[in-house]
Design a binder for this molecule. Structure first.
Ligand code: IPE
Ligand code: IPE
Ligand code: MG
Length: 242
């Protein structure tokens, strides 16, 4: 047990975080929004470390949504530049810490230098067996479902998929998270209380913890607090608690 009374036997297997509030963090300091994104990227390292320390198996961070392209070119390109710097500077540590990185989303649509850095990271960490770190990038839950349906239609056209063979396991295997367990806990800092197109399929029975802290100020202690809150919930999955 630690200061937040986390039961280490019951740590959620899969935690997902909507990294929100960078813009407001910057605004409150009279800084450009990009400064908020930079501070946000810096918060990631400690959250990964804390997740490893607690034995979380899958950590999914929402970095850029399919709707975030609506922002100014300056902001969007600033975010991708930060991403390149982040993956390049963290690569050694991710490899050493046995972290396996996956991207959820259509990352081939992002600027090519960012795509190259990511591919290098995916390749360098692909055989790692520790924490599975999913970066949701150019990710949208609806887009992911559309993408899965497209794949299913194409398999059907090739004659390798029949309607009867479509079940939840098949659909799950067509998601970006194929082979990974469902999400247990979704944390959203920044005070907003909505899903914003995140993990619509995987989060079907996730517990939500909304927190007022802005993402750049998010600490390992905040992660502990969210997990402690998760452990106070009674998950019933449609059944009746024993
Ligand atoms: C989250 O912070 C980062 C991205 C969506 C890329 P925001 O930039 O949405 O911050 P707020 O919500 O404006 O404070
Ligand atoms: C969700 O935050 C996306 C990410 C954190 C990457 P947004 O700031 O885009 O969400 P809305 O627009 O407030 O719903
Ligand atoms: Mg936001």
């Amino acid at each position: 047990m630690n200061s937040y009374d986390i039961n280490l036997e019951k740590v959620p297997t899969h935690i997902a975080i909507i990294m929100d509030g960078n813009g407001r963090w910057a605004k409150s300091r009279f800084l450009p929004r990009t400064a908020g994104h930079k501070a946000g990227v810096e918060a990631i390292r400690e959250v990964i470390k804390e997740s490893q320390r607690l034995g979380v198996k899958h950590l999914t961070l929402y970095a850029f949504s399919t709707e975030n392209w609506k922002r100014s070119i300056a902001e969007v390109s600033g975010i991708f530049k930060l991403l390149v710097t982040y993956v390049n500077s963290e690569l050694k540590e991710l490899v050493e810490n046995n972290v396996k990185v996956t991207v959820l989303g259509d990352y081939r649509q992002i600027p090519s230098d960012a795509e190259k850095s990511l591919e290098k990271t995916l390749e360098a960490t692909k055989n790692n067996t520790g924490l599975r770190f999913n970066i949701a990038l150019n990710y949208g839950g609806r887009h992911e479902i559309v993408h899965a349906v497209q794949q299913a239609v194409s398999l059907a056209r090739q004659g390798t998929l029949t309607p009867e063979a479509v079940d939840e396991a098949l659909v799950d295997s067509l998601m970006y998270t194929a082979g990974q367990p469902p999400v247990d806990l979704i944390i959203r800092p920044s005070g907003e209380q909505r899903i914003s197109n995140f993990l619509l399929w995987q989060g079907a029975y996730a517990e939500f913890v909304f927190m007022d802290v802005l993402w750049p100020d998010f600490t390992p202690g905040d992660l502990d607090r969210a997990i402690a809150e998760f452990q106070r919930r009674s998950r019933r999955f449609g059944g009746i608690s024993s």
